[in-house]
Design a protein around this ligand. Structure first.
Ligand code: MG
Length: 370
């Protein structure tokens, strides 16, 4: 299918830091398919399986982890990209890589590591994801990192502080002058939101931390549940939850496509450069934005701050802080071949951020509770 003029075109990519020969166009992969393949083969990608999304990895076999979350983001992103004639391969690459820099133990781990790093440059998980693909993966003879295309790296760096942006050259520019990334990057960001809001409802109910009755507080849920119950009177339990969640994803995606089409029509961008100068064009409509935000707030209050989740958050934070303090005191316990030239605090931060939940647990048991 041909791409729209405002999509990122594979043959006009801004390229890689280290130039590489292109694959023959007839049989070869385009640059973003190559990026996606490199991401899938990376060590950091495999580690996502053992990193917490919301529920700890060992709490149940059916909860999302960062790997299955990333796959759901890619699936939603690709489906929307096709409808908007955007570059599906690029959206897929960004989606699969967007959480590579996450610490163990979800947001609790990230906040704790950021706190530990406060005096030493801080910890930002988006920037960490970029560092993973830019230099922490060691797979090539000639360079560090995966040498991904500019547009994939642009999408991975969703947020960045102004201070760090100044160190990133062209890639950091938009955080300084308030410009947008490609539509593909904007889309991956919203696909992330659609994915986590919906799978967290599913996981929340499955875990028993949320009840179906409680969900009726949320307008999006209520409306779609009414529709499902009219179509299938008497449907209850898990099948009902799945039907409602599927309906919610569907209305969110539909709204996103329509609103984005309208914004594109009004702004009439003729190239990616035009897109970068506009306000964000991939968006929900006003009313849907409100409903999605209501759902997000509900999940924040009732799931992410649930006493049981808080308990896990507290333990996780303590573990990260203890590991950090340990490595600060005994830097020789950070593997010596691990970024030996970096300064010690950044080495510790990279090392802890790369850990899976269970590896962090194991290190904690081994080094601290001896
Ligand atoms: Mg995510």
């Amino acid at each position: 299918m041909s791409l729209a003029c405002y999509a990122v075109q594979s043959n006009t990519t801004l390229g890689r830091v280290h130039s590489e020969p292109v694959e023959p166009t007839q049989s070869g992969r385009n640059p973003f398919q190559r990026d996606r393949d490199r991401i899938i083969h990376s060590t950091a990608f495999r580690r996502l399986e053992y990193k917490t999304q919301v529920f700890l990895n060992h709490e149940g076999d059916h909860f999302r982890n960062r790997l299955t979350h990333s796959l759901e983001v890619a699936q939603i992103g690709r489906a929307v990209a096709r409808r908007l004639q955007l570059n599906e391969d690029l959206v897929e690459a960004i989606s699969l890589a967007h959480d590579l820099g996450h610490t163990p133990f979800g947001h609790a781990g990230q906040d704790a590591l950021n706190e530990c790093m406060k005096e030493h440059g801080g910890f930002e998980h988006n920037l960490q994801s970029l560092w993973v693909v830019d230099f922490l993966e060691e797979r090539y003879a000639k360079w560090d990192g995966l040498n991904l295309s500019y547009e994939t790296r642009e999408g991975i760096l969703k947020h960045c502080s102004a201070k760090n942006a100044q160190t990133l050259g062209l890639l950091g520019q938009r955080f300084i002058n308030g410009m947008q990334p490609s539509l593909e990057a904007q889309l991956a960001n919203l696909a992330d939101e659609i994915a986590y809001n919906n799978h967290d409802i599913d996981d929340g109910i499955r875990s028993g931390l949320l009840t179906i009755e409680q969900m009726d507080e949320v307008a999006l849920w209520r409306d779609q549940k009414d529709i499902v119950q009219r179509s299938f009177p008497g449907l209850s339990g898990r099948r009902m939850v799945y039907e409602v969640v599927r309906h919610i994803i569907h209305v969110l995606v539909d709204d996103l496509v329509k609103e984005t089409q309208q914004r594109i029509k009004a702004a009439n961008p003729l190239s990616v450069d035009d897109v970068r100068k506009e306000k964000s064009l991939v968006a929900f409509s006003g009313p849907m934005r409100e409903q999605a935000t209501e759902m997000k707030r509900f999940l924040f209050k009732n799931l992410y701050r649930h006493p049981q989740v808080n308990e896990m958050t507290k333990n996780a934070s303590e573990m990260i802080v203890a590991l950090f303090n340990h490595f600060e005191k005994y830097p020789q316990d950070v593997p010596s071949d691990f970024r030996p030239k970096d300064e010690i605090y950044r080495r510790i931060s990279h090392y802890i951020a790369g850990m899976t939940d269970r590896y962090a647990n194991k290190e904690f048991q081994k080094l601290i509770t001896k």
